[in-house]
Design a protein around this ligand. Structure first.
Ligand SMILES: [Zn+2]
Length: 127
């Protein structure tokens, strides 16, 4: 197997990626939902009464790495947010989806993820 440098760098980042470790069950986490493409966990530092992270199982550093061929997965991430909001009955109360892209935008884990927030998140003053 030969990898180019970009692949080697990406592989090394994946090895140290906390979300990849959670996906591979190397680190325990409260898994809220899981299917073959996506895992949903509770945010460790919730900014709202409901604060979930919707994470694709494929490692993308951020939204910047998404290409046209990943369109279906991106759509599935959003639909997963909608399905969870319906199943847990906060769809009518309202919810917010945030994708922080880059450190300056508050992205703390370099593995694409959506924040799904509901409840009284306005009080936090951080979102
Ligand atoms: Zn990762």
């Amino acid at each position: 197997m030969s990898l180019n440098w970009a692949e080697v760098r990406n592989h090394n980042k994946m090895k140290n990626c906390i979300f990849c470790k959670i996906i591979k069950k190397e680190i325990p986490a409260k898994i809220h939902y899981e299917d073959k493409d996506i895992i949903v966990i509770k945010d460790a530092n919730p900014k709202a009464p409901i604060h979930l992270l919707i994470i694709p199982k494929i490692h993308f550093k951020s939204l910047n790495e998404i290409k046209s061929k990943n369109q279906k997965l991106l759509g599935k991430l959003l639909l997963t947010a909608q399905k969870i909001s319906r199943k847990e009955k906060f769809d009518q109360n309202g919810y917010k989806i945030i994708i922080n892209t880059g450190e300056n935008a508050g992205q703390s884990v370099e593995h694409l993820h959506l924040h799904l927030l509901s409840g009284d998140y306005k009080k936090s003053g951080q979102i």
